[in-house]
Write a protein that binds this ligand. Structure first.
Ligand SMILES: Cc1cc2nc3c(=O)[nH]c(=O)nc-3n(C[C@H](O)[C@H](O)[C@H](O)COP(=O)(O)O)c2cc1C
Length: 730
């Protein structure tokens, strides 16, 4: 089943039951304390599984000749009923062997009684019981769909308990707590459902009673009750109640109600007069009661309380996740299945969506059925006549995250009608592989029998509105759809903050690299590894820089490029100057606080985020830094900070190589020298972080692939898929 089927089932079930589930969970938490408080009373008889009826019944009957009934409850309290020597009513907890009175039963606490009635029937008797039973059943289905979702999210049953990628608080803890409380919640739901079915007679739980043939009752040979075989073989832990003979008359007998059946015993001879076995359903009902109420074990009662409290958290976090998802989803007027125009977007930072929206809105205005989705949502579009694919490119010509599945899905879901397609690539000439992913998409589209190219592939450099308009014009002519001026919303521009330059080393360095410190005007949510987006020409062109946060300030490390738009702009900034920029949360490259060890690999200005991470490593997690520079002069600027981190144990080891001096080493040479250590670190679940040039990343990946296959027998992608290799290269 696809993830969305499970997700929607999970959501629909949760929505339909959340009110009653909240009530049942709150009352469930309270009721879990009932067995805990009751069990604290000092009436518990020890080792009931060793005390036989032969040891107990004759002794009790001797001490209390007026005894009529003995009962053993779930807390292992032995209670007797009858009349005492003075003919007064006798009701007490006793020691089953000595008969010593341990205490008097108290009526059930009124508060617990009230909560129990609310929990079971909402004070509306059978109707309430029905709704509570239904809620238990819905909870069972929610647990099953939740399990399926966790398995899909973790990509397999075997990886069920492996590390969870952290999206946001609600999502992360919904899954983390879900995994741990799955079993108790499943048991609560299953036992609750079973008890309701039994209550409504859908399961037969009628207890048949013993039938004694009075004509066959023998009055001899007489035996002592302590020698009755059935008494010797039965322990009090098996017993629910014992009804004592009313008188010494042979026609009055013992009726012993066990958990598994009922036995009538001749009080003179000890013969079994009649015996019935209960159906399995009775045992299952008892087990369900034990499991649902925690009445037999304090530990289980506490687990039930925690699990019920977790259900309340799941209700909160489940809704938080849903609202967030709905908020960020592209709002489509028409479903994909009914739309003539399908616009698929590949985007990492959201900019490409604003171009897609511009076309989408125009089509809607014209009364056309248009639908915007992510490339990863590609499927069969039965009514589609036009497919527009707009995608960015990242890394070494890689797809954005929301497009990684597209190629596979395309092979899986061929369209059954001819569809006219057009591909628009969004990229930047600042990267070697300009719009590479878009070109790949265009090529595989061309290979689909059902796909007909409406235009040649168009590329848009640096989100240029002019270049995009050229494509829009070409497409509108070919598609015969008139488009008026496109409204491109630059949402990023609304999110700019002011930063003050607190230091710039541009003037003091000769090697072309410089560091820049910035101070935000207000308290910003930023951490090392995030990116700073600047708009040097105050237009659509955006430039991103990795951030290191050192002592609360944002540090950038930049190499001045000839004709570089961003680097030239930053180079000229002077102390005290203010700039407008925004922080891009780059969560996949944050310091992995859960990792046991971290190995950082950087070349050149890629060291910036690591300096911040090391500075923030107050927990002194073992960190190793492998760094490559052109010459010593490039390294000097960072040396003091690195040595300080080492002196304060925030950095355990560092290895620096210079490509144009001394041994002429690249960072990959440093890694090669320590291949055994790197492999062992990966095996110890350590994390490798790489920041710097894409060329360096390529070399290091090739080397790591060899190291892994030779030394750990695993592939590099094995560690990448487990978030043990994190990259931020440019
Ligand atoms: C880290 C990084 C890597 C990039 N790699 C490439 C690339 O290899 N080729 C390319 O043409 N553009 C590359 N770009 C530019 C983006 O594709 C371009 O800015 C695009 O408009 C971003 O769209 P989005 O905001 O929708 O993700 C890269 C941008 C960043 C920040």
């Amino acid at each position: 089943m696809t993830i969305s089927v499970w997700r929607y089932s999970h959501l629909a079930l949760a929505i339909s039951s959340f009110l009653l589930l909240t009530l049942a969970s709150v009352t469930g938490v309270i009721l879990a304390f009932q067995p805990v408080t009751e069990k604290m009373q000092p009436y518990r008889a020890a080792d009931l599984d060793k005390v036989t009826l032969a040891q107990s019944l004759p002794a009790l009957r001797k001490t209390y000749p007026g005894i009529s009934e003995l009962s053993v409850d779930a807390h292992q309290f032995v209670q007797i009923k009858g009349s005492d020597a003075d003919g007064k009513e006798l009701l007490a907890y006793v020691n089953p062997i000595t008969g010593k009175i341990l205490g008097k039963p108290k009526p059930v606490d009124e508060f617990f009684q009230w909560v129990t009635a609310l929990h079971r029937s909402l004070f509306i008797h059978e109707t309430g019981r029905f709704f509570i039973g239904l809620t238990a059943f819905l909870l069972l289905l929610i647990t099953i769909s939740g399990t399926a979702l966790i398995i899909q999210r973790q990509r397999g049953v075997k990886r069920f308990f492996t590390k969870i990628a952290r999206d946001n608080f609600a999502q992360f803890y919904h899954v983390v707590l879900g995994r741990w409380s799955l079993i108790p919640i499943f048991i609560i739901a299953l036992s609750g459902t079973y008890l309701s079915l039994a209550r409504f007679g859908l399961i037969d739980i009628n207890k048949a009673s013993t039938k004694v043939d009075f004509d066959k009752i023998k009055s001899g040979p007489k035996k002592k009750a302590t020698d009755f075989g059935v008494f010797k073989q039965t322990t009090l832990s098996q017993v629910e109640t014992v009804e004592f003979p009313f008188s010494e008359d042979v026609e009055d007998y013992y009726t012993i109600k066990l958990k598994t059946g009922e036995v009538a015993v001749n009080q003179v001879t000890g013969d079994i007069l009649s015996e019935v076995k209960y159906p399995k359903a009775i045992m299952l009902t008892n087990l369900s009661l034990d499991l649902h109420t925690g009445r037999t074990s304090i530990i289980w009662a506490v687990i039930l309380a925690i699990a019920s409290a977790n259900i309340l958290f799941f209700i909160y976090s489940g809704f938080a996740i849903t609202f967030k998802r709905l908020g960020s989803r592209t709002k489509n007027k028409y479903e994909a299945e009914e739309s003539k125009y399908i616009i698929l977007v590949g985007s990492e930072n959201g900019n490409t969506f604003s171009f897609a929206q511009a076309i989408h809105q125009q089509l809607l205005k014209k009364g056309e059925k248009s639908h915007v989705a992510q490339l990863n949502d590609y499927r069969v579009f039965p009514k589609a006549e036009h497919l527009i694919i707009m995608t960015a490119t990242y890394g070494l010509g890689d797809p954005p995250t929301n497009a990684v599945k597209f190629k596979e899905l395309l092979q899986k879901f061929p369209q059954s009608q001819a569809v006219l397609y057009s591909v628009v690539g969004f990229g930047s000439h600042a990267y070697a592989d300009f719009c590479k992913f878009a070109f790949e998409v265009d090529q595989i589209m061309a290979a689909q029998g059902w796909a007909i190219a409406l235009t040649d592939i168009h590329t848009v450099n640096d989100r240029s509105p002019d270049e995009f308009s050229l494509w829009a014009e070409a497409w509108s002519q070919q598609a015969n759809v008139q488009l008026t001026t496109l409204q491109l919303q630059d949402t990023n521009k609304n999110r700019l903050e002011t930063f003050t330059v607190s230091a710039n080393t541009a003037a003091t360095r000769t090697d072309g690299t410089f560091t820049l410190s910035l101070q935000g005007s207000k308290k910003l949510k930023v951490t090392s590894g995030d990116l700073l987006a600047i708009y040097p020409a105050d237009d659509h062109r955006e430039r991103l820089y990795s951030i290191g946060v050192v002592d609360g300030k944002i540090h950038l490390s930049v190499r001045l490029q000839s004709h570089g738009l961003g680097s030239s702009y930053l180079h000229c900034l002077t102390q005290g100057q203010k700039i407008r920029a925004r922080i891009v949360n780059n969560k996949h490259f944050h310091f992995p606080t859960d990792a046991p060890e971290v190995l950082m690999i950087a070349n050149g200005t890629g060291i910036a985020p690591f300096l911040g991470m090391l500075n923030q490593n107050k927990a002194k997690k073992p960190c190793y830094l492998y760094c490559g520079f052109r010459e010593q002069a490039s390294y000097t600027a960072y040396q003091d900070l690195i040595l300080e981190c080492k002196a304060t144990a925030r950095l355990k080891q560092h290895h620096i190589g210079f490509s144009r001096e001394g041994k002429k080493q690249y960072v990959s040479d440093l890694i090669k020298d320590d291949a055994a250590f790197v492999a062992a670190l990966l095996e110890r679940k350590g994390v490798l972080m790489i920041c710097g040039s894409l060329a360096m990343q390529k070399d290091v990946f090739e080397l790591l692939d060899t190291i892994c296959s030779e030394r750990t027998g695993k592939t590099l992608s094995y560690y990448r898929s487990r978030d043990q290799i994190l990259t931020d290269c440019y």
